[in-house]
Write a protein that binds this ligand. Structure first.
Ligand code: NAP
Ligand code: MG
Length: 399
């Protein structure tokens, strides 16, 4: 059989633990036999990040920028426990945070639907994609405990030396707490652009919601910037593609999400996205069925599985167990990246391969062969519960 050729490479970012084991397995059994795979390989495994003083992470992000497409395996975010476990000298920031900062990107999470894993919310017919603004608000807030009566103010001191501005937050009569948070127009604008780019690419209506009736200046700014980006940059494209942009209040949005059919992109402010992405993930079935893509406002895409390195399975694998870890989100990270490469390079046979591989993975589960995480919730029940190696073989058979 002749293998499909690729015109241009994608950036490949390897990772840690069980996700790394599955990464190699998926490449060996589902990609290399069919594709003359062209990648620029970066090893983001914890030990190589340590050995390169984390330079490899920065290089990999630059490669994604240069090549336009990347695919990433889950990586360990180092902390004190990992420092001891891997005998590290340093603690580096989460690779995802480093890459997100370099690409100035927004993360979109999308559940993979299979007919035998019904969503908990029975009205949902199509996936709900969450786009989370990952800058500022409560995640970069300043907080202060207030011990007793006194005046709390917000003060802005302009860098150009012009008059300072201050407003009273509260004349506090008793002990309490206070918080000050911020966001940046440019970050909100990048977020809005990434959402419109994603909505157009995936042909999904875009919903955005805030509480601008209460927060007239802060949330009001988010609404105004989305309106401005839509009107000035995307209205014509959206109209031509039949993509609606819909703004509503956050509480109204939540009510509609729970009663609706799904099938849209929900752009969320940072906190809303944190909370709602976990709600949508768990109501959709399994963390192992959630894909994630980082989209930069310049149109660069990085694909990954939403789950982590599946640490506990890795320790069991090290002891010789053939674990039943679900590789579907990892497979979809690869198919997403390959389809994007195919679109950029105009190579329809590579695009067709990505679709066939996705279909083979879904068909395997829908025909009753699945890993243990899905078998726990499948309706009708699984015919065979497979370990990861058996599952990948079952997909390869159908492919
Ligand atoms: P996790 O790796 O996502 O795993 C949490 C649990 O979810 C697992 O123990 C497993 O449950 C289940 N699970 C996740 N993916 C699965 C899969 N593919 N198949 C079957 N079950 C799956 O999260 P974590 O344990 O909190 O984090 C482990 C490491 O991953 C940490 O070092 C963290 O820093 C890192 N992490 C990386 C990323 C990333 O790179 N994008 C994201 C999140 C976490 P059972 O044990 O019940 O089977
Ligand atoms: Mg969360």
């Amino acid at each position: 059989m002749t293998r499909i050729t690729m015109q241009n490479p994608i950036a490949e970012l390897d990772g840690d633990e069980m996700a790394r084991v599955l990464w190699a397995l998926v490449k060996e059994k589902l990609l290399l036999p069919y594709i003359d795979l062209k990648t620029e390989y970066y090893d983001l495994g914890l030990l190589n990040r340590e050995a390169t003083n984390d330079k490899v992470t920065i290089k990999s992000a630059e490669a994604i920028k240069r090549l336009g497409v990347g695919v990433k395996c889950a990586t360990i975010t180092s902390n004190a426990a990992r420092k001891a476990e891997y005998k590290l000298n340093n603690l580096f920031p989460s690779p995802n945070a480093t890459i997100r900062t370099i690409l100035d990107g927004t993360v979109f999470r999308r559940p993979i639907s299979v007919s035998c894993i019904p969503p908990t919310v029975t009205t949902w017919k199509k996936p709900i994609v969450i786009g989370r603004h990952a800058y500022g608000d409560v995640y970069k807030a300043a907080e202060l405990p207030i011990p007793g009566p006194g005046k709390v103010e917000l003060v802005y001191t302009p860098a150009d030396g012009s008059a300072e501005q201050r407003i009273i937050v509260s004349e506090m009569k008793s002990p309490g707490v206070v918080q000050g948070m911020h966001n940046l127009d440019e970050s909100i604008r990048s977020f809005a652009r990434a959402c419109f780019i994603y909505a157009l690419r995936e042909k999904l209506p875009l919903w955005f919601a805030t509480k601008d009736t209460i927060s007239k200046i802060y949330d009001g700014r988010f609404k105004a910037i989305f309106d401005e980006v839509y009107e000035n940059e995307y209205k014509d494209k959206c109209t031509a593609a039949g993509i609606a942009y819909y703004y509503t209040l956050i509480d109204d949005a939540v009510a509609r999400v729970v009663n609706g059919e799904g099938g849209f992109l929900w752009a969320c402010k940072n906190y809303d996205g944190d909370v709602m992405s976990d709600m949508v993930a768990s109501a959709s079935g399994s963390l192992a069925m959630m894909t994630s893509v980082l989209v930069s406002p310049s149109g660069v895409f990085e694909y990954e599985a939403a789950h982590g390195t599946v640490q506990q399975h890795y320790y069991r694998w090290q002891k010789g167990e053939k674990t039943s870890t679900n590789p579907i989100a990892l497979i979809f990270a690869w198919t997403g990246a390959l389809a994007k490469r195919a679109e950029m390079d105009h190579t329809p046979d590579l695009a067709a391969f990505a679709l066939r591989l996705e279909a083979a993975a879904i068909k395997t589960v829908e025909e009753g062969e699945m890993t243990a995480d899905l078998a726990r919730i499948a309706q009708p029940a699984a015919r065979r519960v497979l370990n990861s190696w058996e599952f990948v073989d079952a997909v390869a058979g159908r492919l």
